[in-house]
Design a protein around this ligand. Structure first.
Ligand code: FAD
Length: 564
């Protein structure tokens, strides 16, 4: 695994210079999981790669998913055997290349009667066989008593039994940044806050793009032999930059999640619930919070921060309150929330939940390759497929492509060197550096995988780095310094929302450490006091905005504004 020593604001500056100076084999538009996976695959094959992201890495859909690496059970019900096999295979692969980003998660599917029990039992049996599920993770069918012993809060009158199986839990934004860092360590040139605003052509063929630096201002050209549009929900907008003849292909659907304190819904497992419209939604325990998700509704509003309506929230709460014997949850109980957009390919006459999650590559009139559809789970295979296309195009045009493509299924991701047993890795660090508080070491391994080791070593030699950002917080100065130096954090939101994930998993959404973190970032990023104050204020406003549930009418107003 190539090691990256620096990926900072200074790296970004150098990368902007390289972007405007060099000619690349491949320009990738979009730093979500699709673009990040493509960057890693292409750099593993020795291609010269540039990646531009209009905001921060993972700021689109790839920080807003349900964070499940699905084995594909859901596709079995839809009869899509190919997708089941691919998803199951990719889950195994992720457990190999980044175990900390694919932690096994026990799933419980309660059923209300005998026929449901038989259906789930047959489905899980077939799934274990088809997906070649490892012995220790095979499914079990539970009777009523065993189900209630596992989840005593389930409404007793409704439980007949349950299916019990495994999926994996990931951290989507961390998966993105680790792919980008791996690509950067292999020579890829990536920059956040760089937006493609138009394309360049030579002899009718795409030869690169004009990019705007959204932090420093100014525009410059990036030259590339092949350009891939991995812009997620913006794929159509980027395709349209080629000319008005392009027709929209995307069908966007919105999914929201709510976060509640664990004591309000103290479940032990991920519980799969069925909504009145027969969809499956989840309750997922994570540390001292539990999150609920997700919805799947047609969407036409603004793409950057989709609003959460009261109706979206009530939809999740209604089914949760009907499933568990708890003091009914209300919207006012939520301590966090997020909304994301699925960039699916339109299929005539299909409802949001029926649209296929398969990906598709579209070739534009000037040679732009666009990719949409797909899932986080199968991102590596998607990337492999598109880079195979890119390699073919490059070869046809006489550019040299290394015959050995590297192996993205076995090469470890950045942070992936913990070994399969992540708990054992954390225990080893805790015992080796026993003078450091265990909660800090635990947190670093959970969030940064094997990269935690260097942070821990650093804290042991420089006690200042081990100082907490707030008395009760496990976030240390070391973590802030690491994220700024090695993860191209440019704003307070980048750190709190997408690198440390405090925005989601901390019950105070990171507000308790925001001021201290901003002051620590200031000397590293050259911020004066006005800038520090602005960062803190903007972060506070961001947290408040996400938890503001709009009425359906105001969502409609917003949609009208967005289309005007
Ligand atoms: P994005 O993450 O949106 O990335 C596209 C990027 O392109 C954005 O960051 C954007 O800023 C950038 N961009 C756009 N225009 C430009 C431009 N002009 N110049 C430069 N950059 C640009 N999948 C799973 O496997 N498991 C799950 O549990 C799961 N749950 C989900 C739950 C929800 C609610 C949703 C919405 C999706 C879920 N998915 C899940 C699907 C998965 O999250 C998506 O398939 C995946 O994140 C899409 O990634 P992407 O990189 O294509 O898009």
């Amino acid at each position: 695994m190539a090691r990256l020593n620096e990926f900072s604001a200074a790296t970004r500056q150098r990368n902007l210079e390289a972007l405007s100076r060099d000619t690349f084999d491949l320009l990738i538009i979009g730093g979500g999981i699709t673009g990040a996976g493509i960057a890693r695959d292409a750099t593993l094959r020795g291609l010269r790669v540039a990646l531009v992201e209009q905001r921060d890495f993972a700021s689109g859909t790839s920080s807003r998913s349900s964070k499940l690496v699905h084995g594909g059970l859901r596709y079995l019900a839809q009869g899509d055997v190919g997708l089941v096999m691919e998803a199951a295979n990719e889950r195994r692969t992720l457990r190999r290349i980044a175990p900390y980003l694919a932690r096994p998660l026990q799933m419980l599917v309660p059923v209300h009667g005998r026929s449901g029990y038989m259906t789930i039992s047959a489905g899980l049996f077939t799934y274990d066989k088809m997906a070649r599920v490892e012995k220790e993770h095979r499914n079990q069918m539970l009777g009523r008593d065993d189900t209630l012993a596992k989840e005593p809060l389930l409404r007793r009158d409704k439980v007949y039994g349950a299916g019990f199986y495994y999926e994996c839990l990931t951290d989507d934004a961390r998966l993105v940044i680790e792919n980008i860092k791996t690509a950067a360590a292999l020579g890829g040139i990536a920059a956040n806050y760089t937006e493609v605003v138009s394309f360049r052509t030579e002899g009718g063929r795409l030869s690169g793009a004009v990019v705007r630096d959204r932090l420093g201002g100014g525009e410059f050209e990036v030259r590339a032999h092949v350009t891939v549009n991995a812009a997620g929900p913006w794929v159509d907008a980027v395709r349209l930059l080629q000319g008005e003849s392009e027709k929209p292909r995307l069908h966007l659907t919105k999914g929201i999640h709510l976060v509640v304190p664990k004591e309000r819904l103290p479940v032990q497992h991920c519980v799969v619930m069925t909504t009145p419209d027969k969809r499956s939604i989840f309750v997922v325990p994570r540390g001292d919070i539990v999150y609920l998700g997700t919805t799947d509704t047609n969407y036409e509003g603004r793409l950057d921060e989709p609003a959460i309506t009261v109706e979206d929230g009530e939809y999740l709460l209604q089914t949760t309150n009907a499933t568990f014997d708890i003091e009914p949850l209300r919207l006012s109980d939520t301590v966090g929330a997020w909304a994301g957009l699925r960039p699916l390919l339109h299929q005539e006459g299909k409802k949001p939940s029926e649209i296929s999650r398969r990906d598709e590559i579209m070739v534009g009139p000037s040679g732009l390759l666009s990719i949409a559809g797909g899932k986080l789970t199968a991102y590596r295979r998607m990337a492999e497929r598109i880079v195979e296309n890119v390699a073919e195009i490059l070869t046809e045009r006489g550019h040299s492509v290394r015959p050995d493509p590297g192996n993205s299924a076995t090469e470890l991701l950045s942070g992936g060197a913990t070994g399969e047993d992540v708990e054992a890795f954390a225990a080893r660090l805790k015992s080796k550096w026993s003078r450091l508080p265990a909660d800090i070491v635990e947190r670093l391994v959970t969030v940064y995988g094997s990269n935690a080791e260097r942070m821990v070593e650093g804290m042991a030699t420089d006690p200042q780095l081990a100082l907490r950002c707030a008395p009760e917080s496990a976030v240390t100065q070391s973590e802030v310094a690491y994220a700024v130096r090695e993860e191209m954090v440019m704003t307070l939101v980048d750190f709190l929302e997408r690198r440390s994930r405090l925005f989601l998993w901390d019950r105070a959404n990171g507000l308790g450490v925001a001021s201290q973190v901003a002051h620590l970032m200031a000397p590293m990023l050259g911020w004066d006091t006005t800038r520090v104050d602005r960062q803190i204020r903007e972060y506070g406003e961001h947290v408040a905005a996400v938890k503001h549930f709009v009425s359906p009418e105001s969502d409609i107003v917003e949609k009208k504004v967005a289309h005007a």
